[in-house]
Design a protein around this ligand. Sequence first.
Ligand SMILES: Nc1ncnc2c1ncn2[C@@H]1O[C@H](COP(=O)(O)OP(=O)(O)OP(=O)(O)O)[C@@H](O)[C@H]1O
Length: 875
Amino acid sequence: MSDAVKRELQGRVCVMSAPVYASDEEECVLESTAADLGSHTHARRLQAPITELSVIGPAETHTQQVNRGERVEEKLQVFLRVRPLTDAERQRGEDQGCVCVQSEDTLLLKAPKDSHSMKSAERGVSQSVHKFTFTRVFGEAASQQEVYDQVMKEMVRDVLHGENRLLYTYGVTNSGKTYTIQGSAGEAGLLPRALVSVFTALAGQLYPRADLKPILKQEVRQLSDAEVRIEEDRRHALLREEEVCRQRGGVNASVSWDSGISGLSAITRLEDSDGVCVDIDGVGLGDVTVDKMLQFGIWVSFYEIYNEFVYDLLEPPMSLHTQKRNTLRLSDDKHGNVYVKDLTWVNVRSADEAWRVLTVGRSNQSFASTHLNHNSSRSHSVFTVRVLHIQPEGGATHISELCVCDLAGSERCKDQQNGERMKEANNINTSLLTLGRCISAMRHNQTYRQRLAQVVPFRDSKLTRVLQSFFSGLGRACMMVNINSCSSSYDETLHALKFSAIATQLVHGPASKNRVAYILSLLRDDSAHADHTLLEEEEEESDEEEDVSMFQPEALLKAINVLKQEVLRQREEKDELELKIREQVCTEMMEVINRMQLDFSETMESERELMENRCENKINNLKSSLKKYYSQQLEERDEQIRELSAALREKEGGSEAPIFPSLVECDGPRRSQRIASSHKRSSQHEHADMEQNKAELARVKAELEQCRAELDLKQTELTLKTLDLHTLVLKLQSGERACCHYTEGEKLRTALNTADSTLIKQDQMLMDLHSTLQLLKAQLHRKDETLADLKRPFTPATPVTPGTPSSCSRRGCGVAVAMVENQPPGKRAFLRLFTPSRSSKMRAKADTTTPYARILRSRQPSPPPSPALTRRGRF
Ligand SMILES: Nc1ncnc2c1ncn2[C@@H]1O[C@H](COP(=O)(O)OP(=O)(O)OP(=O)(O)O)[C@@H](O)[C@H]1O
């Protein structure tokens, strides 16, 4: 570990014992893996704070063999190789020390400052430093030979012992995958070295004829002479093609080695200007021993998976103009193993021939220049070496296989400007993602054996289908992860490493029958019961292809029933799984919601406290500023008062005594205090007054209550007395009526009425007479005037003296009055009729004086009416 890294780790890194994955939305593979780790990991991830370092690697590091009961399982080997930076990359400033090989099996990744990971780390959602553990880490200085020794040698040995092995490279584009597999002008890669190793180990034991050919996945077919000739022709054609291409300079033949086997040329013809040879001692397999009784036939094939289509790289294009190629189909053999149908297999007799065949295939492979790699593989290429272990004298032949798969590099689609490149990148990423899902599901099934097994989605992509058998127990896989230390591709590199870290946790399980194989075996068993001989024929015929029409209808029906039951069982399993998932999701959601609720209430509480503190601070500030303001105001006022007092004193002629001593005195109490004390005094007075008024009010209220009680008493008495009076009046009236009834009152009343009517008549007559008299008086007056006019010329005018009758302006009237006064008494009674006032007065006097009149008057409630009305009302 470098000092800088050590310091960093000591300062701020917390290493966790279990793999913990950063939550990164882009990293789908990782997310699915993290979910697969189970609830305990998930819960821990939720609770534990995110540290700045994640440790990702096999749970049991340094242990390649895992004991599970009696069974010993071997872990998947995952190697890592770091490509050195080129000069151009260094000049671009790509070297920021983000990749650091810590030890033989440990690598440290530190996020460069402009990377997405660093931004995520700064946001606190992921780590900035990641530690990965692999089976072996090869640094920049590691040579091809070193890598071969560690990775490939063992595999070649196993293949020669009859086992199946797969080596596949994985990494971002331009990370050195192809370089590792095939090598360059300077150094041969793993594949040519392996080829040399194989042929070196099998020297002298090669099967000389090509009449035994591998077919399907694990079958061998005896070829006829004609077919052998065809195979030979094909081999020669390919070698010729390579020759032609090499001469044209079109073949990417950049490797040369000294095969040194089977007495062939010391230096192969696939040489370039460097002419580097493969050291035979270096590729030698040491003490590997193969059965000396056996002979070995070597067949190779080369195909690519491009945009989810399988193309045979050893087949010439159908048309030279369009370069259109046939697409191949994938098929299952009777054991359910996937193979590429109609794939070209070429029998090779030396490593040189194998390499030349591979070189021809490379010329057909899809390469393109991308912005990262001028010669980037746009497809997954699979080169397979099949070794036929041929028993002498026609014994059963066994097949082993070495499969080397150079996967296309993962890359960002958005980096591709060209539409075709983008489509390729998309397909590459999709198939790599499916590979990741398969590995993830396998690891889940291996980790949680008691639980329901997950379906491994091998069938979701062509790549995973062809690799399926190596993960299903038919062979063993080994992974080579390639990375570069460019800071610009850090995020993609991190993603690739996280994906491969999942693979490190896989173990190789025993061979397991897959579903198709199971169904086929059912059919075969059933057919065997039905017609054993027919089956044998069918088996022979089914070498090329499984045809359902070959089976008995009863067997097919049985298989359908089995399949139905299988579907039902799986449906039940899925329902169960769904239920569990739902429950789990609900529980987790509830946990999250509860946590959110808690967080929210905590936040609210803290917010409340914060707000309270703020408000209190504000109030205090306001108080102090107000206090300050008012004290300042008071001081200013006091100052003004002092100034005014001084000015007044000066104006009054400098009198000794101050006018407002209390105000002027500086040592005396402040004006505000005085005002406050005077206010206090006045308020005391007011208070006392108020108390007094209250007492007075209470007293008045009491008196009022007493008066009210007395009044009520008096009112009661008055009511009683009124009632008594009323009773008395009633009694009096009844008494009066009784009195009138038993005396002569009735008669008197009648007489009185008669008299009254007479009187009314007489009054009427008097009125008539009175008007007649007035007329007569007027006539008399006129006659008097006429007479006076007649007399006036004969009598001189005499002055009128007051008091004399002659002095009266109305002389006629005076004469009349005198005449009336001078008349005799008998005539005066008649004249009295014209003066009713005196007679009515007298009558009224007479009325009031009699007892009867008094009784009548007491019965009248209203004041006395006019004489005429009075008389009428009485009756
Ligand atoms: N270990 C190494 N030492 C020296 N040069 C290397 C090494 N690994 C890779 N290179 C060089 O880096 C360049 C890219 O390598 P290569 O083509 O193998 O990448 P790749 O991962 O196959 O890319 P792609 O996925 O795009 O095909 C090549 O020029 C190769 O020679």
